[in-house]
Ligand binder design. Structure first.
Ligand SMILES: Cc1cc2nc3c(=O)[nH]c(=O)nc-3n(C[C@H](O)[C@H](O)[C@H](O)COP(=O)(O)O)c2cc1C
Length: 197
């Protein structure tokens, strides 16, 4: 009898542990259904050199059922000189040549725009996109990823170019995207996604 009781206790303990270790999924909580029910078409447009902004963009899309558009730049941004050139171009507010854009923002109720922070500013690719497409947005939301710098300047630039106030904004730092901060990241993401409704 004691053996049986011990066995049940051990199994219950293991089950609780397994539940706690279960990986966090992208936040959904019925939001995708809620956004669909409202018939809101959402597009997430982003530029990403090393993958952080792409990850956040794809998580937002997964949680909202949005379409995505990854911007490409016809300029080499890798290596030491690529890095310096990228910083200089962002700092000076330069435009750049971006690859063909496939999705028409006019067809969407909301366009979520994501940029990495370069030299405390918006990236040239995203600056170019919003400059070329201003007037084609019904509503915008903005997010950025950075090593720690506040995204405020980048958001201000997007506001100045488009003349629009975003319905939501969020800054994610690289630390947020690390496995050990998964819970914190998912919470932050869920708040941003809820503001898109
Ligand atoms: C050219 C360049 C300039 C950067 N400048 C900054 C900066 O001023 N402040 C900061 O916190 N992070 C800076 N970073 C780090 C990026 O903002 C951060 O790694 C971001 O998450 C990268 O996004 P991605 O992986 O989508 O390209 C810079 C990175 C690059 C490549």
């Amino acid at each position: 009898m004691i053996k049986k009781l011990l066995c049940v206790a051990v199994l219950a303990f293991l089950a609780a542990g397994a539940a706690a270790l279960e990986p966090q999924k992208a936040p959904d909580c019925g939001r995708q259904e809620a956004l669909k029910a409202k018939n809101r078409k959402i597009l997430v447009v982003y530029y990403s050199l090393t993958g952080n902004t792409k990850k956040v963009a794809e998580d937002i899309a997964a949680a909202t059922g949005a379409d995505t558009e990854g911007l490409t730049e016809n300029k080499k941004r890798t290596g030491f000189f690529g890095f310096i050139g990228a910083c200089a171009a962002a700092a000076r507010g330069k435009l750049t040549e971006i690859g063909p854009v496939k999705r028409d923002p006019l067809k969407y109720d909301l366009v979520v725009i994501g940029t990495p922070i370069w030299a405390h500013k918006v990236t040239p690719a995203v600056r170019t996109y919003v400059t070329e497409k201003k007037g084609s947005f019904k509503n915008i939301a903005v997010f950025a990823t950075s090593g720690g710098t506040s995204p405020d300047k980048a958001f201000e630039t997007i506001h100045e170019i488009t003349g629009m106030d975003p319905v939501a904004s969020a800054g994610f730092i690289e630390k947020d995207l690390k496995q050990e901060n998964e819970r914190h990241y998912q919470e932050k993401l869920a708040v941003f996604v809820s503001e898109l409704e």
